[in-house]
Write a protein that binds this ligand. Structure first.
Ligand code: GLN
Length: 288
């Protein structure tokens, strides 16, 4: 089969699900992945005959795409913060909003009085491990820990940490139902607490796209109770004891609950609500 014929198959098979430009983009993503052709090379090779093996790979990709499966899960990888990360059905596909949270955290850590040697960082609900891995890359002398309830998610997180040669203390833990301690003692004090917890309210379920809730882990998306802020409430309580003197908290939040989330941290000396690039309330940072 010629590459141009595969391209027509992509358009014919996927037009119900995606727009023409999205299909074009998907086609080039798979060409890059299977054939290592960039967009220019792709245009120059449309007449190229593919091996049976390569043609089959494209047919399988089309069949999977037709089920609505996100292309990142089909590829088994995605890009985040300019780095490659493995993903599967047990972890959330990294979102650009979380890149913004990390940019904010990196900038504030650099500008703070905190010493980066031995800086203690904790990520709550790490999923694929993107947050601790990016932070460890930027602050190699920090001691970075990351909690998740899901053993399957931690398996991917460890694979990502090994791939990026970063040492992270991953801990399987039901954060909401256990005492705070990430490691051995209950006296753990962190300089940085960061989290992108499940923050979609159960009542918001109908607003979430099928391709998200059908393929990504609901455990990572939806609050486990009718209280969409349950993680933030616990973080606010825990931080009173477990955040160091000049410590900072960085949280990704539900865009509809900015003010309510901020209120939970009224005991702290400084708390700010920030918008993402789309203009939605998306992050808060809090200083002890
Ligand atoms: N931003 C994600 C979404 O809208 C949700 C992430 C989360 O719940 N932490 O799909």
């Amino acid at each position: 089969m010629k590459l141009s014929e595969i391209k027509i198959d992509f358009q014919n098979e996927l037009f119900d699900l995606y727009s023409t430009s999205e299909i074009e983009e998907l086609f080039s993503i798979f060409c890059e992945h299977f054939l290592e052709l960039n967009k220019v090379e792709l245009r120059q090779n449309l007449d190229k005959d593919l091996s049976e093996d390569d043609s089959n790979k494209f047919s399988e990709a089309i069949s999977e795409l037709k089920t609505g499966k996100p292309f990142q899960q089909i590829l088994g990888e995605t890009e985040f913060y300019g780095m490659k990360f493995f993903v599967n059905e047990y972890v959330l596909i990294p979102r650009p909003e979380t890149e913004e949270l990390l940019e904010l955290a990196i900038q504030h850590i650099n500008d703070s009085k905190l010493k980066v040697e031995g800086l203690k960082i904790l990520d709550i609900g790490t999923g694929s491990g993107i947050i601790p891995i990016v932070l460890k890359k930027h602050f190699p002398e920090a001691e970075v820990s990351a909690i998740d309830i899901s053993a399957n998610a931690l398996e991917i997180a460890k694979r990502n940490a090994n791939f990026h040669k970063t040492e992270i203390n991953f801990i399987q833990k039901d954060y909401l139902n256990e005492v705070f301690s990430s490691a051995q003692t209950d006296n753990d004090v962190y300089d940085i607490i960061i989290s992108n917890p499940p923050y979609i309210g159960i009542d918001e379920n109908p607003e979430i796209e099928d391709s998200v809730k059908g393929f990504e882990p609901n455990l990572a998306l939806f609050s486990p109770t009718s209280d969409a802020l349950i993680f933030y409430r616990k973080i606010a309580i825990d931080a009173e004891k477990h955040l160091s003197e000049n410590g900072i908290i960085f949280l990704e939040i539900n865009q509809k609950l900015g003010k309510e989330t901020l209120k939970l941290f009224h005991n702290f000396s400084k708390s700010s609500l920030l918008k993402d690039i789309s203009g939605n309330d998306r992050m808060i940072f809090i200083k002890k």
